[in-house]
Design a protein around this ligand. Structure first.
Ligand code: NAP
Length: 254
């Protein structure tokens, strides 16, 4: 039986692809055969990532912009389609957290987290949907979080944005299904990246994560990236509107 997980000839755009989960997804998509347009705010860091891909014989290019800037997303999708003729996979991944007690949570900080973690996902999906509708197919992958299904104190904006991202995924799926476009969310658990470095550095928090997670450890970003490759592939052709937890069982552990 043929294993339909190759992405040969596909073009992908990954927001927040310079570090952490987004970089690992970018590399995994490229390793599966896609040309990956990697986004982030730091142009030099992106160029270094593109060079890393090239050194492995993989195809990628950089698109430096802040996902809080709508015009940046619009331009990146347009340029990708101009250069490659198509856009097959859009991964909405760029994300930030802001950790502060609710009573000290400034409205501007709440808004900033929503702009990056949710509004940019909507804008990317809308812009990517246009060429995908013309192509009669595509994959939209949203990186949400188990912290959208469950919550922890001090991260109200993050939890709201991630719950919203999973709900947005369903809205996209029901609207875009007739065009052959699937839309799914990945919900990682605690994953070793820069975002969680402050938690990893705290022995008490690390022990808590390990003891609460049925698999008794943190996730490696590669364990999230492989799921993105699956969702982007023909192997996931009949899956849409789904939120797939990659959390070592954390969210179902009473
Ligand atoms: N790590 C976890 O435990 C975990 C768990 C569940 C979900 N997630 C989600 O997974 C996604 C990736 O998280 P991560 O842990 O890999 O985070 P990370 O290590 O902090 O990396 C974040 C990435 O997003 C980019 N980014 C941040 N703000 C941006 C902006 N305004 N415009 C463009 N790019 C921006 C960063 O690049 P620049 O700073 O160079 O722009 C970087 O490439 C996020 O959506 C996060 O919420 C993470």
């Amino acid at each position: 039986m043929e294993m339909p997980f190759a992405l040969t000839g596909k073009v992908a755009l990954v927001t927040g692809g310079s570090r952490g989960i987004g970089w690992t997804i970018s590399r995994a998509l490229a390793a599966a055969g896609a040309h990956v347009v990697i986004n982030g705010r730091d142009a030099k860091a992106l160029d270094a990532r593109v060079a890393e891909l090239a050194a492995e014989g993989l195809a990628g290019s950089a698109a430096a912009f802040d996902v809080g800037d709508e015009a940046g997303i619009v331009r990146a999708v347009e340029q990708t389609v101009e250069r490659h003729g198509h856009l097959d996979i859009a991964v909405a991944n760029a994300g930030i957290n802001h950790r502060v007690p609710l009573t000290e949570f400034a409205t501007a900080d709440f808004q900033r987290v929503l702009d990056v973690n949710l509004n940019s996902y909507f804008i990317l999906a809308r812009e990517a949907a246009r060429p995908m509708i013309r192509q009669r197919g595509g994959r939209i992958i949203v990186v949400a979080s188990m912290m959208g299904q469950i919550a922890r104190p001090g991260i109200a904006a993050y939890v709201a944005s991630k719950g919203g991202a999973a709900a947005l995924t369903k809205a996209l799926a029901v609207e875009l299904g007739e065009h052959g476009i699937t839309c799914n969310a990945i919900c990682p658990g605690f994953t070793r990246t820069d975002m969680t470095q402050i938690m990893q550095d705290n022995a008490e928090v690390t022990t808590w994560v390990e003891s609460r997670t049925p698999l008794r450890r943190w996730a490696d970003p590669r364990e999230v990236a492989s799921v993105a490759v699956f969702l982007a592939s023909e192997g996931a052709s009949y899956i849409t509107g789904h939120s797939l937890n990659v959390d070592g069982g954390f969210a179902i552990n009473a």
